[in-house]
Design a protein around this ligand. Structure first.
Ligand SMILES: Cc1ncc(COP(=O)(O)O)c(C=O)c1O
Length: 449
């Protein structure tokens, strides 16, 4: 079992690769989690999502250990299910002592069916329906993270009907710009998420929550954005939130027991992305929180974070088979693969960057500039633009797209009635399907004849 982010030997061997768990074997084939990707493609067919269980566990431990060291007590990390939700992942989270967050009835059910204890779950979403609220309560959700007034009253009503008191956090918008993709920026006042401090509405919703008999306000949540690299964004958000806790304490005599700082640490998709040391980032965050609590004269709350991407992204890789290589003289080369925006919509959504390889030609010069594109009937169906692959890349070759463990399977669709790929988990050198491939029959199974 690898225990840290930097294993010196692996770092030297892998210095040319984007992730620590990839390498090249004697046959010139790309390996992932120690296994030959060409063999994996032959065994499981393509497209296929690969996941490295050990890497997921190493990433979890970076958080759990840093939390123990810098916060202690009840402070803990939660895994953000939205990054990748399937039963097996909840089994890992349970074993690693991670809490979870969920954003829908579907994620709640998936975790529940995996045997995950939902009292440790936090339920997000800016628009929980009455049915969502009732379903979550039926299954014993620990906390709702309440986004606004209507939802607050809907939860109060449902809890009253059940004659119970429901734990909640309130999602507060701190007014911090994380400088990430605009689509995943959530910390600024102009956002569909949360209730803003700046407008005074956050004070109002807290006052309202404190007055409801079936609501137990257990603290505050904030989330500034995702794929965040900018220096000190989390520290600045923490300072705003701790000062806000102190303000609410002075105003209403209410001292928030929990402060949930959300998720968002960036991961490396391409060489130019910086490397973030999670342990160091948590140490910096802890310092900012401790110092601000001291200045404000309040005790340090229980701290929660909810990372998704930095738990699973580099534990994933997608393999595709090349169908065609179209060369348009003086224009562009297109390498078409047997998946696309249906299994990875992130380029289409955000222009996200990825590192791609021709997995069975790793010793060949990467001398062809091309766009790696999918098989969907859309010009925007692009996995990555301006990739360097060997010019011999041809039909039947395997293209590997790295760092696809987050927001790929969870964002996949059946566009063009394309079945979703399976998830193959690699554990101690053994590969097994933990999510099977969708069949054509699955695709039409909901249609009423
Ligand atoms: C409320 C909330 N928490 C946690 C996360 C996870 O963020 P990340 O995957 O960047 O760690 C997100 C993602 O956008 C989010 O919206």
């Amino acid at each position: 079992m690898r225990t840290g982010f930097f294993n010196e030997r692996e770092q030297i061997m892998n210095e040319n690769f984007i992730c620590e768990n990839i390498n090249v074997n004697e046959e010139g084939h790309l390996t992932f989690a120690g296994l030959d990707t060409s063999d994996l493609a032959a065994t499981f067919q393509t497209p296929v999502y690969l996941m490295d269980e050990e890497r997921i566990r190493v990433n979890c431990r970076a958080y759990t250990e840093a939390f123990k060291e810098h916060f202690g007590g009840e402070s803990r990390p939660l895994y953000a299910s939205k990054a990748n939700s399937f039963k097996y992942i909840y089994k890992i989270m349970k074993e690693e002592g991670m809490g979870i967050d969920v954003v829908s009835g579907g994620e709640i059910l998936c975790a529940y069916k995996a045997g995950y204890d939902l009292s440790k779950a936090f339920f997000h979403s800016n628009n929980k329906t009455d049915a969502d609220i009732a379903f979550a309560m039926d299954l014993g959700i620990g906390h709702f993270v309440v986004d606004g007034f209507e939802e607050l009253y809907a939860i109060e009503e449902e809890a009253a009907r059940r004659d119970m008191v429901q734990d909640i956090l309130l999602r507060i918008t701190p007014g911090i710009d994380p400088h990430t993709y605009v689509q995943v920026n959530t910390g600024t006042v102009d956002s569909k998420f949360g209730t803003a401090i700046e407008t005074g509405q956050a004070d109002e919703i807290i006052e309202a929550a404190l007055g409801l008999p079936h609501i137990h306000l257990n603290g505050f949540h904030c989330h500034v954005g995702s794929q965040v690299f900018a220096e000190d964004v989390f520290e600045r958000a923490a300072v705003v939130m701790v000062k806000y806790i102190a303000h609410i304490n002075r105003k209403y005599g209410y001292l928030a027991p929990i402060l949930n700082m959300g998720g968002g640490f960036g991961v490396r998709y391409v060489d130019t992305d910086p490397y973030l040391d999670v342990s160091k980032k948590i140490a910096d965050l802890a310092e900012a929180i401790h110092a601000t609590c001291e200045r404000e004269g309040i005790p340090v709350p229980t701290i929660i974070m909810e990372p998704g991407r930095s738990i699973v992204a580099d534990a994933g890789m997608t393999l595709y088979t090349v169908g065609s290589v179209k060369r348009i003289p003086y224009y562009k080369n297109y390498v078409s693969v047997d998946g696309g925006m249906s299994d990875n919509p992130r380029y289409a959504l955000y222009g996200s960057k990825y590192t791609c390889y021709t997995a069975n030609r790793m010793n060949e010069e990467r001398d062809m500039n091309c766009n790696v594109v999918g098989r969907c009937c859309e010009s925007g169906d692009i996995i990555q633009r301006d990739v360097q692959l060997p010019s011999d890349t041809q039909r039947g070759d395997i293209v590997a797209v790295c760092t696809t463990g987050a927001y790929n399977y969870s964002m996949a669709s059946n566009y063009n009635k394309i079945p979703m790929p399976p998830i193959v988990m690699i554990t101690d050198g053994q590969a097994k399907e933990v999510v099977r491939r969708q069949t054509f029959e699955d695709l039409i199974s909901l249609d009423v004849d």
